[in-house]
Design a protein around this ligand. Sequence first.
Ligand code: IFM
Length: 934
Amino acid sequence: MSTGFGAAIFDMDGVITRTAQLHAQAWKELFDAFLQERGGAFEPFDARAEYRALVDGKPRIEGVRSFLRSRGIEPGEKEQAALAERKDAIFKRLLGDEGVKTFASTLHLVQELRERGVRTGVVTSSRHGREIVQAAGIEALFDARLDGVDLDALGLKGKPDPDMFLRCAEQLGVPAGRTLVFEDAISGVEAGRRGGFGLVVGVDRGDNAAALRHAGADVVVQDLAALTADGLEAALRQRQDTLAWHIEQEGFDRARERQMESLFAIGNGYMGLRGALDTPPPGAHCDLFIAGVYDRKRADLPYSELEFLTPGRGDDPHAELVPLPSPLRLTLTLEGEPLDFGGPHGRELRRTLDMRQGVLHVEALYETAGGRRTRVRTRRCAALTDPHLLLHEALIETENHWAAVEVRPTLRDTHAAERHPHIEHLEHLVDGELELVRYATRASGVEVCIAARALRTAEGLRRFVSVFTSRDAPDPRAAALAHVGALDWGHFDALFAGHAQAWDGFWEKADIRVPGRPSVAQALRFGAYHLRLPAGDDPRASIPARTFTGRAYEGHIFWDVEVFMLPFFLHTEPERARNLLLYRHRTLEGARRRARALGYRGACFAWESTVTGDDVTPSRIVLRSTGKEIPIFTGRQQIHVTADVAYGVWRYWEATGDEAFLAGPGAEILFETARFWASRVERGERHLHIRGVVGPDEYHHDVDDNAYTNWMARFNLERAAWVADHLHRAGAEAEEWKRVAHELHCPGPGADGVIEQFAGFFALDAYSLADEERFKAPLSRLFDWDRINRMQLIKQADVLMLPFLFPEAFSEAVVAANYRYYEPRTDHGSSLSPAVHAAIAARLELRQDAERYLKQSLWLDLQNGMDNSMLGVHPAAMGGTWQALVFGFLGVRFSADGPQPHARAGARLPAGWEAVEMSLAWRGGRHPLRVERT
Ligand code: IFM
């Protein structure tokens, strides 16, 4: 099996032809003459350093501009054009004198690659590209040729923009990830890197290796004679392996900045910090979230989307997760000029999330007046080894000047009043290199104290940041000061290393390897990474719908945890699954209050839960722009969450055999929830019914006998009765649960195999769902709630949740009938939906559907598939994707011997996957699993 590359693109001057020296010579002749004509002190053009840094690889006019600017000269357009023309005339003259010479070693490699079926292209900014290739007699060696003339004709941008390389790869019909780029110019190497090319080879024709590497070259050679096709194959594979552990963003894009902040978050279960830049530009959402720290809802803050407000939420002091100001802000200035991407000096930016080690790296290059270039590299982590600790380091490199760069760390956000309205400032103290800030949340009265120490080094700055709240210690100020004070600068690197080791331990349990598919492995790791960030050791907190990466859904906790995320933890780190269930146990009192408020017995878990278990679902949403209102029925009616929690308890016990848990918190949850269902059912003529609910499909409210809800309630009642027997606690109540379970009407397959989603669904009006309405349901759909309620249009998997959770309960024919019926009626308005469809379609071996849905779910955040990742990542989709792969594609089931993949798992693997490897935890053991394509 080969990871393989399909194409190779070669720069011309300096890589194929020996014309780079002629260019350097021509530029020198031009600029020296120009500078002398201008008068003043004459500092000649440096045909090596200045040629490389300022003009090499760029279109002619760009070269003129960037050199003159570096000398503080702002030429008019006419003057620029005239100089560019003059340069061309000199170059032609030199070319005429010298002729076109080529590098034999390059042509040899081109031929070797072509013999292997690799497509080849040549790209140059030179307007003479075609003539030169022709004059050298090497046209036939390249399937695609792009030069400076094409650049203008096609409106492409010059290097370091990747436009030309990308267009060439397109012409060669090979994706950038499978294409190699060979470049001797720094701007060209940068273009290759920015374009996401598989491998960028830097050609160092003289003392330029470090700069080429710096610009992003994966391999640097002095001559292509040093390379072979096999060697390149190995280098590409190595690069892919590295990439599969990293998420990279090149360049600053204001429009996507908030999405990047979500994706590049760090965290350790206790806290999560969005991946905002160290010097956040205006508009950044640089929030820190701490598990379990909530406050009263602010009417002016949005709910799940920026345009939604939820007024009239009452006084619950724990309605909204509190976004705190980032403690990792830096202010950087060079002689008073700010170095950040809010101002004009930002030139290059590379943000790299090292998922293997749980570290975010940011590298930025700034250029201030007079071309002074300053490179700033930072790294940060939320220590996995110490929940209260953040580590932060900034390294400053002045590339071509001696001016001092001032670095000021600060815990204060001067705009905190608007950006962080939940908090009141109690104290801000700066004492030498120690800084402390203390806040209190306004309604819930949680005190948060952050203390930081900084160490200035020859290269920059190091920081320890300690975070404590009054939930952790009676005096968080004293705790934070003691914690930060006890840290030893001599251990700074060791703390990073220990943290990385702890991540290694996680990956040993959670990594899924897909040999030869680095982008798939990368996306799977991204999901596991983001599931790990919010999962801590504190049973008072659970995982919010967007984790600690964004403000959507106000940090509320939904069924997403037990149904979508829990299995990932069950089979990787079961002790975390236990914590998540203990959270539900701690909120039982709130669930009891809710059951009572609704008029029932037992415990009914909150649809949207935070600290106490009281339901914090808004009852209406108002569209900010128009004031239009939508009623929300889920808070009172989406009661299936209660059985979903019971399902989680059962699955935990099955996977771990943890009897102590079952006998204690597990049984209490199962019994209290069973009491709720026993009182919630209504007697009909022949059966018991559950009326007036919302099922997983939130487009329909007030429905009776939702198949999913009733099946889950029956499961809950049956398991409670079984556990009562198992623990020798059976009695009249357990008998009642058995009877209710038996009499409860659970809609089953009709003659055609289809299960009716709820009573009357089949009689609703048909809705013809256009393709463009899928995955991005129009906003109007929400306002049309009353009309949609009468349509056969569903938001997310509902009946299909049943075979997803109970794969053994249905025959293939029934699963197929339901998939065929419901899939075309589903608009996937929820991120939870595609993974369920992927799992079911994989089981049915509907390959196209299965792979399409898997892709949608796997890349949901990385590709911003729902257009709202800026408000936080989607952990339920990540957990769902994991299940789609493990239980759907691989069809894993558990027996006494451990996990067993389905007999056809090898045949079901997505196209292009040769194998999958992982290990699964089951009943105290860890079981390796490898499925190969068959
Ligand atoms: O729990 C989900 C629900 O199923 C659909 N709307 C979003 C919620 C939070 O993810």
